[in-house]
Design a protein around this ligand. Sequence first.
Ligand code: FUB
Ligand code: ZN
Length: 628
Amino acid sequence: MSTGPIRPTGRAYTALRPASAARITGGFWAARRRTNAEVSIPQGPARLEAAGNLANLRAAADGKGTFTGDYPFQDSDVHKWLEAASWQLADRPEDDGEGEGEGEGGTELASHVDELIALLAGAQEADGYLQTYYRLARPEQRWQDLRWGHELYCAGHLLQAAVAHHRATGQYELLAIGVRFAVLIDTLFGQDRAIDGVCGHPEIETALMELYRETEEQRWLDLAAYFVERRGQGLLSEGAGRDPGAGYWQDHIPVREATTVTGHAVRQLYLLAGATDLAVETGDAGLRAALERIWAAMAGTKTYLTGGLGARYDWESFGNPYELPPDRAYAETCAAIASVQWSWRMALLTGDAKYSDLVERTLFNGFLSGVGLDGDSWLYVNPLQVREAHEEFGGDDSVRRTPWFRCACCPPNVMRLLASLPHYMVSGDAEGLQLHQYATGVYEAGGGRVRVETDYPWRGRIAVTVEAAPADADWTLSLRIPSWCPDFTATAPDGDSPAETVPGWLRLRRRWHPGDSLTVDLDLSPRLTRPDPRVDGVRGCVAIEHGPLVHCLEGEDQRAGVPFEELTLPHDAHLTVRHEPELLGGVTVVTADGRSRGGADVVPLTAVPYHVWANRRPGPMRVWIPRE
Ligand code: FUB
Ligand code: ZN
């Protein structure tokens, strides 16, 4: 059974199921995950200590002390770290001999996990309630501020950590803590209960759905369904204090009636992920149709080239359709993560490759930019342009990498996605196995097992070797052909010809024997991408892409003496690709003959992958380059 974050029940109405086992053993993602395992996750407890999160848990256990931190949801950073650490513990090294799953590093990690679980156990109140902010700073005021209190949000992250820990280790302590809190919530919330309300920040929905999957208890699905369906009825829009309007917390329209994404981006995307889990388990066709419609509007009109989401700094929210300014792009790292979580659920629900296309775009660009190459410095916002004369005020929305944030939602969120990344690569169904993303590793799904070898995203060759398949039946191997890919070739056993019989999927159905291999070469030729003309902020510009990677110009790489803001690119520029093993940990750069605005002289331009920007000294950057 899958040890990843999503495990649909056997009854689920889902086209595809996540792999039952998945290991990334080499290549691009293995390197980034190693940094996550060896730097990001291990430094988590010290960061949480320094920021006061752990002191809050100790004070809550003692029943006295003051609350440290600026936000009521500080505990959720601990929960997200625990979830990340749990997935990491489940990641058992086989042939790569690296990683944190076993051995000394794994033991140390396990003991940190145990320490934090003990702190949570101590901080939990007798009736199951667990949020240090209310215990320490607002005693007697539980559940009175559903708009900003984040109580169900924190409970949701606790439950996700609890499910991860149970799934990864088979141990019950954290699951028991989570279930005690969930039982309390279940006794209080509902249309016929003491509190008829929803949380200002969705998150509990998808957490309860996974608790349902983990425990097989119907009450958790029912409670998740209540929170999904009750939203959109104006329960949150009235009240004292700051009121951004019902749309901010998606309380203006029920999910099943909505036509697009609105309001705070992370709130919206977590809600839609939870609603998708619900549709998967109930087979609710109306809900599914709404989700497909909303996703299409988001992908078509509110998504940056990098996969970034939530354009507006105001309320960290989605803007209007095509309101995608490159310089004032908020594109919170957490929104990219939430988008991956939602799109992957949609891919499983429908089997449609377009959802995994967006997962890929987001993973390689708007998500990965959120963490520095050192694994210890972060971006909260992910703009597509920083000017030479950028005025930097610091704070969480700095365009300089930062060791931690006052609102530290993003770093542990990155950690949990990277730690569970193998889960997002492959699925299976009754027919066979589908490769959604390409990373060297071993994947088991759909009744078979394959080994993948690839230098993706630097090179387009993907070699898939079947290690196990049904001996006496035909079996289908499917590889996603990314929508950006202009061409590909495939070499199959016995001269067989795989075909794109389903859009986006190259499929080969045959009798497979262990050792048979299928090799696909995706054409990664660099390309110039024009923006949608309705995106005013980048009209007249082009962007450079190379395979799944969006590239950007950084000041550091350009010819000295030519003002960065003056650089332009002819619309028919010839693009050249060069691998630079010593640059930024080893990247492929794209070069082109540019110009300085209005000038006749050629100015060579060098574009690095967007995900590595801001890893050197501060300077200007742009994805969209003015056309000459
Ligand atoms: O409100 C909790 C988290 O803090 C949100 O998900 C982020 O956008 C940040 O506002
Ligand atoms: Zn965040």
